[in-house]
Unconditional design. Structure first.
Length: 296
């Protein structure tokens, strides 16, 4: 016969809170990440905390670009880029351009458990731990040379941003003010700057270029903003409207005082007015003003 079973709810432990969350702790020995409470309990966007927790759990060398994060999260580029900007402004994330072996300039991303942790130091490569059978070192060992580091970018080298047109780069950088989604990296701005310079050379103004690149964009960008801007810059420049010349106005004649009647009238030269010239015995005007049109 089966033992008796009770349907009564279990009794709460003494000292347990009467409301709110009750943690059931499990001691983890592998596959866990330590996150400071200042970051986990940070007020603001939950997307920002989620992105920070995900980056903290990744091993060194994992890509954390906007495109890589969008492949993991269901949020779009706008929310992901906004979360990265918030983490960067709070001091959790920093991007530095460093020169590596062979003079290759790379952008390294450093993530801090505590903001303001000081200058980052590149991690030292770990040496493989010898096994039990190989613990005794050999008498003569050849020095091991480190393998050359792989190139950062497999594609063609981008033109340096310092050689690009300053006005073109300023126009591209200001696009994010009109549309916050149009965030460009330094490499993308250097690649798009020559096309903007060609538009400027044809007489198209900065305001017209900004309007052509930001108007009638789709509600959701399915690709990088740089690709959309490159497509629009590949089209012929907008025609520059011809300058409108205002019509010329006839000159205004000065006021004169009639020598006969004393009335004021407009004329190029001084003398009698039209009525006085038609009256017999009135003083005549100068011969040079006979053909001038005057009005009382």
């Amino acid at each position: 016969m089966a033992g008796p079973q009770s349907n009564a709810p279990t009794r709460a432990d003494a000292g347990a809170p009467t409301s709110g969350v009750i943690h059931v702790r499990t001691r983890l020995t592998a596959d866990f990440t330590v996150i400071a409470n200042d970051l986990a309990q940070r007020r603001g966007s939950a997307v920002t905390i989620g992105v920070a927790a995900y980056i903290s759990s990744l091993p060194d060398g994992t890509p954390v670009s906007i495109a890589a994060l969008c492949e993991h999260f269901t949020e779009g580029e706008i929310l992901i880029s906004r979360a990265l900007r918030e983490l960067e402004s709070a001091g959790y994330l920093k991007r530095r351009r460093e020169r590596g072996p062979g003079g290759i300039i790379r952008t390294r991303t450093y993530f801090y458990d505590v903001p303001g942790g000081g200058a980052p130091t590149p991690p030292r490569p770990r040496r493989p731990r010898p096994s039990t059978a190989q613990e005794a070192p050999a008498a003569h060992t050849a020095p091991q040379t480190p393998e050359p580091e792989a190139a950062a970018d497999t594609g063609p080298a981008a033109p340096p941003l310092a050689e690009a047109d300053e006005q073109a780069v300023a126009i591209l950088a200001s696009l994010r003010i009109v549309d916050p989604r149009l965030v460009l990296s330094r490499r993308e701005a250097a690649e798009l700057a020559p096309a903007v310079s060609q538009w400027l050379a044809t007489g198209v103004g900065p305001a017209q270029i900004t309007r052509a690149l930001t108007t009638r964009l789709p509600d959701r960008l399915l690709t990088r903003p740089a690709r959309i801007l490159a497509f629009r810059l590949g089209e012929p420049p907008l025609p520059v409207p011809a300058a409108v010349v205002p019509p010329s106005t006839p000159p205004v004649l000065p006021w004169r005082t009639c020598k006969g009647c004393g009335r004021a009238f407009r004329s190029a030269n001084s003398g009698p007015c039209r009525d006085c010239r038609a009256t017999p015995g009135a003083p005549t005007a100068d011969p040079s003003s006979e053909d001038l049109r005057t009005a009382c």
